[in-house]
Design a binder for this molecule. Structure first.
Ligand code: NAD
Length: 497
């Protein structure tokens, strides 16, 4: 077994590990995925050149190599897509019997399952996440969302008993780069099931799986214009938000952009769901199964390089077991495998972009300046691409910026507590309220904590578990509205009687 030797230099501790064995590489094959050199916009069921004639590159963050170039949609392209979505809504989709709509959604789900391997490879190439995650989590969960919402399409009268429902019309949907395909599924599936049509814009650094989904949608025979997919950056998103014929905005992304959107739609009839940032507290009590808790914490923050809105980025450990937990975490940190996202052994892949890596480094410097003690894995990082060693901070103050602000990277801030009241106050003391975790042997403590914590999702003795049947969403600056489950239908409907 590996043995940790720590050397202390200022407030940074590097762990040296004597690893006696390692796994042989097991890379997934790039050749199983087909990526075109250039993608146009998917409008009204056809691939359409952008009016500006402009394209931008999307790269593999693990080696900075160009994967493809994608069209940049401007306001005129957005207008064209919204017109196509309106036309499809009025003439076809809202008139179609719900059980027929369901068949299309179900077909999309099945086709995603058939192309799961290819989708997973493209997700890992474009986003930098380990293939194990794309393969075992992102793609199957995305397909499950379509499958789940296909089931609701002709059962809305059971979802809302004694009420009559009506779709809203055209939904403008904007997604972030951390779960590109899954976020597209979270948005498109409930919109279609409730009879709405869609204009979706994926994030500019990870557009490829949404474009692959467009190919699947085209192949599925979904009527033209029901789903339109436009690539571009913030200006394209803003053009969707500001378009006067869009009835609903579904946004997942940063709190800053969420606020801009909220201001832009104030005073209009547009409905909105905003899924924003987070700073989840993971709480370990002294009676918790500690090894299981440590594994949950590792999964909670290092999963997807910490590019997770609900990442357990603040750890509160009860003082009596703090030393033990920190030692276990350091040991486990050291055994994480960082490297090629396409290697099936990889635990931690590449940071999504240079900009995000710079942001993470900025916070690591802030943590050190604030006097926290840093531990980082002794792993070697690849020379090309965007990489960050998994990092822990101890001696973190509650008021510290690394305990308050979203870092969105593989960086964990560890704080301690003595009593339930103290930890509840500390856990609730951030601007966010998206998710949290509680580790304890006592059921009554779990119920006490979950009742008093202000977070949309609270996991008990586990972390980062998702299911299409469960609603997800936040409190405070983590946004409003719910996606997933029965709750995820309502933001796409008017209850008319
Ligand atoms: P971001 O806000 O920078 O971008 C999100 C999307 O918004 C992108 O498609 C971007 O092009 C678009 N956009 C940017 N400016 C816009 C504008 N003015 N108007 C309309 N659209 C605009 O976020 P990001 O960096 O891509 O993603 C990371 C953030 O997303 C984190 O804060 C994370 O917590 C959050 N997130 C939240 C959830 C959730 O469910 N709550 C899930 C995933 C990610």
């Amino acid at each position: 077994m590996a043995k940790a030797v720590s050397t202390k230099k200022s407030n940074t501790i590097k762990l040296k590990f004597d690893t006696s064995w390692s796994y042989a590489p097991a890379p997934e094959s790039k050749s199983a995925a087909s990526i075109k050199p250039q993608y146009d916009l998917f409008i009204d069921g056809k691939w359409t050149k952008p009016q500006s004639g402009k394209y931008f590159s999307t790269i593999n963050p693990a080696n900075e190599e160009k994967l493809s170039e994608v069209a940049e949609a401007n306001a005129a392209d957005v207008d064209k897509a919204v017109k196509a979505a309106r036309n499809a809504y009025e003439k076809v989709w809202k008139k179609m019997p719900a059980k027929e709509r369901a068949k299309y959604i179900f077909r999309i789900s099945r086709m995603m399952q058939e192309k799961a391997r290819e989708l997973a490879i493209i997700e890992s190439l474009d986003g930098g996440k380990p293939i194990r995650e794309s393969r075992d989590f992102d793609v199957p969960t995305a397909a499950n969302h379509f499958f789940y919402y296909a089931g609701w399409a002709d059962k809305l009268e059971y979802a809302f008993p004694n009420r009559t429902t009506e779709p809203l019309g055209v939904a403008g949907q904007i997604t972030p780069w951390n779960f590109p395909l899954l976020m597209a599924a979270w948005k498109i599936a409930p919109a279609l099931a409730t009879g709405n049509t869609v204009v979706l814009k994926p994030a500019e650094t990870t557009p490829l799986t949404a474009l692959k989904l467009a190919e699947i949608i085209q192949e599925s025979g979904l009527p033209d214009g029901v789903v339109n997919i436009l690539t571009g950056a913030g200006a394209t998103g803003a053009a969707i938000v500001n378009h006067s014929d869009v009835n609903k905005i579904a946004f997942t992304g940063s709190t800053d952009v969420g606020k801009i959107i909220q201001r832009a739609i104030a005073g209009t009839n547009k409905k909105a769901t905003l899924e924003l940032g987070g700073k989840a507290a993971n709480i370990i009590f002294e009676d918790a199964p500690l090894d299981q808790a440590v594994e949950g914490v590792i999964n909670g923050i290092f999963f997807n390089q910490g590019h997770v809105c609900c990442a357990g980025s603040r750890l509160y450990v009860q003082e009596s077991v703090a030393k033990q937990v920190i030692r276990k975490l350091r040991d486990r940190l050291e055994s994480l495998i960082i490297g090629d996202p396409l290697d099936k052994n990889t635990d931690i892949g590449a940071i999504n972009s240079k900009q995000q890596l710079d942001n993470i480094h900025k916070y690591i410097k802030i943590g050190l300046k604030e006097g926290a003690e840093m531990y980082e894995s002794s792993c070697r990082l690849p020379s090309k691409g965007f990489w960050c060693k998994p990092t822990l901070f101890t001696n973190v103050a509650q008021s510290s910026r690394i305990a308050q602000e979203e870092i969105f990277g593989p960086v964990l801030s560890i704080l301690t507590f003595r009593t339930d009241d103290e930890v509840i106050e500390k856990a609730n003391n951030t601007p966010y309220g998206l998710s949290a975790g509680v580790w304890t042997d006592k059921g009554s403590k779990i119920f006490n904590m979950t009742k008093r914590m202000r977070a949309g999702v609270i996991w008990a003795n586990t972390f980062n578990k998702f299911d299409p049947t469960s609603p997800f969403g936040g409190y405070k600056e983590s946004g409003y509205g719910r996606e997933g489950g029965l709750h995820g239908l309502l933001p796409y409907l008017n209850l008319v009687s």
